[in-house]
Design a protein around this ligand. Structure first.
Ligand code: PBG
Length: 326
C-alpha cells in the first residue's frame, strides 16, 4: 500500500525558508542571562575547573567580562559572590561593602544598560554552607527571610535591577517585597527561584561558589526532584507573594515542570540551565563526542519550547556567538 497523500508532513520540510516559516520556537540572544562569579582582590581570572569558560573574576577583570557580554547583545547577568569571610549569619551578603554590592556599582557605572540581577541567598556567605541561619540545629526560616530582605535591599541600594531569591525559604518573596517597598524600591522586580529542586546538578556550582553545605544537605528546603505538582504549588505561592518572574530550576530534567507552569500561569517564566547541565555538555564536547554548538542550541531551544521565556545559562556567551552566524 502506498502512503496517504493527503497528509504528508514532509511537505513543510523541503526548504530552509519553509522550515523557518513553520518553526514554532525561537531562540535569540535576548532570551539569555549570563551567570558571573565575582571575587575580592585584583587581577584575578581564575578558571572554575568543572565549568570550562567560567571564572572567578576580581572587579577589575569583571569589567572586561561584562563588556564582552554587552557587546554580544546579552541583555543581563546574574551575579554570585565569593566573600572575604564567612560566618554563621552570612554577614557579607548584606554588607553594603560586600563583593556583590561592589560588583553591582562597578557594572552600573560602566555599562548602565546591562541588566544586573542578583542572587539573594546566604549559602556562599555562611560558614556552615546552608542557605539560611541555624538555630537549635534547624534552619530558622523566619529569621532567614529577614536577612534575605536585608540582602535584597542592600543590592537595590547598590543599583541592582532585579533580585532573585534562591534560598527556598517559605515567605521569602513576601519578606523581600516588603523590604524593597519599605526601602523605596517599589519599582524593583523580583525573579523568584520558585520551583528549585534539591539537585545533584548543582555540584559544579558549589565548587565554583564554594557553597557546599558542611553538614547535611538542602533537602529540608529545596524540593524533592520527584515532585511536579508541588512545584506548581511553590510557583503559585511565590506569585501570591508578589513574584514578577517565576523560575524553574534545574531546566533539562524538569522540562515537564516548565511546560506545566507555562500552561497554568501567565507570569514570565525563567529556566535555570544549571552548572551540572553545562558541565556535561562541556565534558562531552572536550572529548569530541558531540557537536557542542548543535547540542547546546538544541538544548536551549528545548527549554524555550517547553515554555521558558528566558534562560539563565553558562552557555550564554557561546550561544550568542553561534546565534550571530546562524
Ligand atoms: C544558591 C544557588 C545555587 C545555585 C544558584 N543559586 C546553589 C545551591 O542551591 O546549592 C545553583 C546554580 C547552578 O548549579 O548553576 N542557593
Amino acid at each position: 500500500m502506498s502512503p496517504s497523500t493527503t497528509t504528508r508532513l514532509r511537505r513543510l520540510r523541503e526548504t530552509n525558508s519553509l522550515r523557518s516559516m513553520v518553526r514554532e520556537t525561537s531562540l535569540a540572544v535576548s532570551h539569555l542571562i549570563y551567570p558571573i562569579f565575582v571575587t575580592h582582590g585584583r587581577d584575578k581570572r581564575e578558571p572554575v575547573d568543572p565549568m570550562p569558560g567560567s571564572y572567578h573574576l576580581s572587579l577589575d577583570k569583571l569589567l572586561d567580562e561584562v563588556d564582552e557580554v554587552a557587546e554580544l547583545g546579552i541583555p543581563g547577568v546574574i551575579l554570585f559572590g565569593l566573600p572575604a569571610r564567612k560566618d554563621a549569619v552570612g554577614s557579607e551578603a548584606y554588607d553594603s561593602g560586600g563583593i556583590i554590592q561592589e560588583a553591582i556599582r562597578v557594572i552600573k557605572k560602566t555599562i548602565p544598560n546591562l541588566m544586573v540581577i542578583t542572587d539573594v541567598c546566604l549559602c556562599q556567605y555562611t560558614n556552615h554552607g546552608h542557605c539560611g541561619v541555624i538555630s537549635n540545629g534547624r534552619i530558622d526560616n523566619d529569621a532567614t527571610v529577614e536577612l534575605y530582605a536585608k540582602t535584597a535591599v542592600s543590592h537595590a541600594e547598590a543599583g541592582a535591577d532585579m533580585v532573585a531569591p534562591s534560598g527556598m525559604m517559605d515567605g521569602q518573596v513576601a519578606a523581600i517585597r516588603d523590604g524593597l517597598d519599605d526601602g523605596g524600591f517599589g519599582h524593583l522586580p523580583i525573579m523568584a527561584y520558585a520551583a528549585k529542586h534539591a539537585s545533584a546538578f548543582y555540584g559544579p556550582f558549589r565548587v565554583a561558589a564554594d557553597s557546599a553545605p558542611q553538614s547535611g544537605d538542602r533537602r529540608s528546603y529545596q524540593m524533592d526532584p520527584a515532585n511536579g505538582r508541588m512545584a506548581l504549588r511553590e510557583i503559585q505561592a511565590d506569585i501570591d507573594e508578589g513574584a514578577d518572574i517565576v523560575m524553574v530550576k534545574p531546566a533539562l530534567a524538569y522540562l515537564d515542570v516548565i511546560a506545566r507552569a507555562r500552561d497554568r500561569f501567565d507570569h514570565p517564566i525563567a529556566a535555570y540551565n544549571v552548572s551540572g547541565e553545562y558541565s556535561l555538555v562541556k565534558a562531552a564536547a572536550a572529548n569530541e563526542w558531540i557537536n557542542e554548538e548543535q547540542v547546546t542550541l538544541e538544548l536551549l531551544t528545548g527549554i524555550r519550547r517547553a515554555g521558558a521565556d528566558m534562560i539563565i545559562t553558562y552557555h550564554a556567551k557561546d550561544a550568542a556567538r553561534w546565534l550571530q552566524h546562524a
